[in-house]
Design a protein around this ligand. Structure first.
Ligand code: SDX
Length: 430
């Protein structure tokens, strides 16, 4: 049997043979299907790209039915167990795990870029004290494009690598500055003696001590959480990174847009929404009442942290995060919201409303509970997601840039507006 699709257009009786490649047909092949010479030809109509592949990618593979997530072929569970965030970032960007020498050079290349231009402090100080840290984060990422004018050389590999090193290194500093701004404390400078996550904790929580000593358990927990959040193929914010990047703008400007997409409560803002939802439920005894409200659609309540466009089984990242919770709580003490979350999960996984819609906990269901136990304010949770996703956005951005099939993204539409009509003078308007 041939790898082709035979389509008969019943409007004309004409049949067409379309090649099937990688489980897809090319949308442009549909344009051959016309009713006459002046017909534009067929398009696909796919709101929210539910069933549209817009690129070829070798970075991350997801099998949503079987709950499989691979970064460059390595299972997420093994990376979470045996790797750390910077090594995983190297893997995502360059395609292979680093040798010892490559790892040493990579860690140095990141560490030397953790500082921010002093003017960035002034920029951040312009925000209200209670500005949402994600608003500060995405604005500052965009502002960095004005500090790194060489970033426009996007087709120079060395320039691309320099910008990627800068962004991966600086996003924890931006996040920490936003947090310190919110709490009215002086900014802490990076400490290059510390690990990536240890330094992040240092910039967040160092007070008057001369040398901050990050808790090794919490540093490790952050490493695992960052590994789990580093990439996730063509999710909403990554699709934005690729789309903005396709106009050939610099990566800082593209990433500001990607961070804005991640901010939404249906995407990376869900971890913040989960903790607010658990606090609103208030106790284990109130869980059945809340589930009833969600199922009835009352107030458009959703079970935040549940459901996924791709995973129609348990998100493998949520399984790992649940284990990390025990590790963190051994240091911080258990977060009382955990009991409510566990009861919510128990009931939902038995309830046909959720089972029939294949709604399972996703990466955001437990992450917020952990961040809260670690002392992060709820509004910092989407920022905690954006820090590691910086690597995924940049890996996907570069893959798009060097893909010969790609060009500026510009979807089509089905026009539903008025047909041509003449201008109506003011006095003649009804
Ligand atoms: C992330 O794409 C990625 O990879 C994202 C991400 C990443 O790493 O980049 O994994 C990170 O964004 C995880 C998702 C975080 N968002 C949430 O937890 C918010 C709550 N979840 C939903 O809003 C929803 O599940 C989405 C947005 C995640 C997925 O939405 P879909 O695939 O468009 O599904 P849908 O909205 O069409 O829902 C299908 C049905 C509907 O019911 P019916 O209209 O058929 O009766 O399921 C229902 C929805 O009402 N539904 C839910 C629900 N999610 C879907 N009902 C209650 N609670 C929910 N959470």
């Amino acid at each position: 049997m041939a790898d082709t699709l035979t389509i008969t257009d019943n409007r004309t009786g004409t049949s067409y043979e379309l090649p099937i490649q990688d489980g897809t047909i090319r949308a442009m092949d549909l344009r051959k299907i016309k009713t006459g010479a002046d017909d534009f030809g067929l398009m696909t109509y796919d709101p929210a790209f539910m069933n549209t592949a817009n690129c070829r990618s070798a970075i991350t593979y997801i099998d949503g039915d079987n709950g499989i997530l691979l970064y460059r072929g390595y299972p997420i569970e093994q990376l979470a167990e045996q790797s750390d965030y910077l090594e995983t970032a190297y893997l995502l960007l360059f395609g292979e795990l680093p040798t010892a020498a490559q790892r040493q050079a990579w860690v140095r290349d990141i560490t030397v870029h953790t500082m921010l231009h002093e003017n960035v402090k002034t920029f951040i100080q312009g925000f209200q004290y209670d500005a949402h840290p994600m608003g500060i984060f995405l604005s500052t990422v965009g502002a960095l494009s004005t500090f790194n004018r060489d970033a426009k050389q996007i087709f120079e590999k060395r320039s691309r690598l320099l910008q990627m090193n800068r962004l991966i290194a600086k996003v924890p500093t931006i996040a920490a500055y936003a947090y310190r701004h919110n709490i009215g404390r002086p900014y802490n400078q990076p400490d290059n003696d510390l690990s990536f996550t240890g330094n992040f904790l240092n910039m967040l929580f160092k007070m008057t001590e001369l040398k901050y000593q990050p808790n090794p358990v919490l540093s490790r927990a952050l490493d695992v959480l960052f590994i789990l959040h580093a990439d996730h193929e063509q999710n909403c914010s990554t699709a934005v990174m690729r789309s903005i990047g396709s106009s050939q703008v610099d990566p800082y400007s593209a990433m500001a847009g990607a961070a804005a997409a991640l901010y939404g409560p249906l995407h990376g803002g869900a971890n913040e929404a989960v903790v607010r939802m658990l606090a609103e439920i208030g106790s284990v005894s109130k869980v059945p009442e809340f589930i009833k409200k969600v199922k009835s659609g009352e107030g458009h309540s959703r079970l935040m942290g549940f459901g996924h466009r791709v995973y129609k089984s348990y998100d493998p990242r949520a399984k790992v995060i649940k284990k990390i919770a025990d590790l963190v709580f051994s240091v911080t003490g258990k977060n009382p919201l955990l009991e409510i979350a566990l009861e919510l999960e128990r009931i939902a996984l038995e309830d046909d409303y959720f089972v029939s819609r294949k709604l399972y906990p996703n990466v955001d269901f437990y992450s917020g509970i952990i961040y809260q136990a670690m002392g992060f304010p709820t509004e910092m949770f989407p920022v905690m997601f954006a820090i590691p996703r910086t690597t995924g956005w940049l890996a996907q951005w570069e893959e798009m840039l060097v893909d010969q099939e790609q060009k500026i993204a510009r979807p089509r539409q089905i026009y539903t507006g008025q047909q041509t009509r003449d201008y109506v003078p003011q006095e003649a308007r009804g």
